[in-house]
Design a protein around this ligand. Structure first.
Ligand code: C2E
Ligand code: CA
Ligand code: CA
Ligand code: CA
Length: 277
């Protein structure tokens, strides 16, 4: 078991023996978690479809490796997910995001920020207490924190992840289903989840103009989300034609390069000062 700075104790099973490259990544990651500055967050705004208002931000992890340079999250998060390191990484990300949120609040921007949670974290019954302690430590109201979980995360050990989600929800934290459309969540299951936002996977948004199948999926997801009383977000919105199509479908929120790329905290502060929240 590992004791976090916040006092929450989380069970950490033995790590599996794996290929050297992966071990190197994990070793370097452990070191990066101890030091300062190598791991940092970028933020990407989520806009109302008219592009007029920032509805919230998503925190995206970045790793500036001293030798290999910038490593994208898809290149190290899967490796970390296979071990207990993901729990420490998640605590670190929450800590960074909440510290930044506190700064923005002090500057007059009570902007909601979403943090991504790995599947593994939802199996951790210590997570809600960890989140509660970090919110208190940074004096950030729970309502401003959003946690994004993938469809597959809530399908695995359904009973345990459901309990963790329910406890997070009870804290007042907002929950989103990420990468919607890539898994097999049934409508019945989705209805029972304590979530209030659905994010349509960017692969379908990207294909919705040229591929009939993707267009149908996006339309179905928007309708399903609305029928369940959820806010629907389209991710990976890259072009004006996507914005127009999503507006026709009644999608609520959009996130993507068309509006803004992920950016550092400083740059985001300037954007928030400029457009307001
Ligand atoms: P995601 O949660 O689906 O995040 C959205 C990804 O799409 C981000 O990639 C973002 O930079 C990218 N993106 C945004 N707009 C566009 C667009 O218009 N076009 C395209 N092609 N891409 C766009 P990123 O930052 O490389 O993150 C990749 C994945 O890594 C994330 O996918 C998420 O699953 C994971 N991840 C990132 N940060 C964290 C974290 O702190 N914890 C965990 N557990 N996973 C994270
Ligand atoms: Ca996400
Ligand atoms: Ca996503
Ligand atoms: Ca993804």
């Amino acid at each position: 078991a590992k004791e976090f700075k916040s006092g929450a104790v989380i069970f950490e099973p033995e790590e599996h023996v794996t290929a050297p490259s992966r071990l190197t990544v994990l070793g370097d990651l452990r070191r990066a978690l101890e030091g300062a500055g190598e791991l940092f967050l970028n933020y990407q705004p989520k806009y109302t479809l008219d592009g007029e208002r920032i509805e919230g931000l998503e925190a995206l992890l970045r790793w500036r490796h001293p030798v290999h340079g910038l490593i994208p999250p898809d290149d190290f998060i899967p490796a970390a997910e296979g071990t207990g390191i993901i729990l420490r990484l998640t605590e670190h990300v929450l800590d960074l995001a909440l510290a930044q949120m506190r700064c923005w609040m002090d500057a007059g921007h009570g902007v909601p920020v979403a943090v991504n949670l790995s599947t593994r974290c939802l199996l951790d019954v210590g997570l809600p207490e960890l989140v509660r302690r970090l919110l208190t430590a940074h004096r950030v109201p729970a309502e401003l924190l959003r946690l994004e979980v993938t469809e597959s995360a809530v399908m695995g050990d359904a009973a345990r992840s459901m309990e963790v989600l329910q406890r997070l929800h009870d804290l007042g934290v907002k929950l989103s289903i990420d990468d919607f459309g890539t898994g097999y969540t049934s409508m019945a299951h989705l209805r029972r989840l304590p979530v209030d936002e659905l994010k349509i996977d960017r692969s379908f948004v990207l294909g919705m103009i040229s591929t009939a199948h993707d267009a149908v999926l996006v339309r179905t997801a928007v309708d399903l989300g609305h029928n369940l009383g959820l806010t629907v977000v389209a991710e990976g919105v890259e072009g004006a034609e996507h914005v127009a199509a999503l507006r026709d479908l009644g999608c609520d929120i959009a996130q993507g390069y068309h509006y803004a790329r992920p950016m550092g905290g400083e740059q985001m502060s300037e954007l928030l000062d400029r457009v307001g929240t």
